[in-house]
Design a protein around this ligand. Structure first.
Ligand SMILES: [Mg+2]
Length: 134
């Protein structure tokens, strides 16, 4: 069993499930002022989609600049706080997942159930999901 030495999800925790991580991420997003009770669901979904696009674009930009495996611009600060220094690819994939999990919790999506169900369904699908190119 792999256990962490601590960190944002708790000392000695081996593997939290996605919904537990979503809870922690969402609580921090509220604490940091990224949510408010007076934002409509429509406005939130539009903002969430834009933010996800932004994170995907940041990943793409790192690829364009041939910097995927270079340390990200926050790596030095991370090390100062005792965290591992992340590369650009690690940071941007983490940002994408964090935003997805925060959005799921905000919109009451059981992402653990959804990921498991979709993964199991994908096992049943044809090769390349019926001949798709990508
Ligand atoms: Mg980012």
């Amino acid at each position: 069993m792999h256990t962490s030495g601590g960190g944002p999800f708790g000392k000695g925790i081996c593997m939290k499930n996605l919904n537990e991580i979503a809870d922690a991420v969402h609580a921090l997003a509220w604490e940091k002022g990224w949510h408010s009770n007076d934002e409509s669901e429509d406005a939130f979904v539009e903002r969430a989609c834009n933010n996800l696009h932004d994170e995907v674009s940041e990943l793409h930009e790192a690829w364009r600049n041939n910097q995927l495996h270079e340390f990200c611009d926050k790596a030095g600060q991370m090390v100062e706080h005792g965290l591992p220094a992340l590369t650009c690819i690690e940071e941007e994939f983490a940002d994408i997942i964090i935003r997805v999990l925060d959005n799921c919790r905000k919109l009451d999506v059981d992402i653990l159930k959804a990921v498991i169900a979709k993964h199991e369904f994908n096992k049943l699908r044809a090769m390349r999901h019926g001949g798709k190119r990508s």
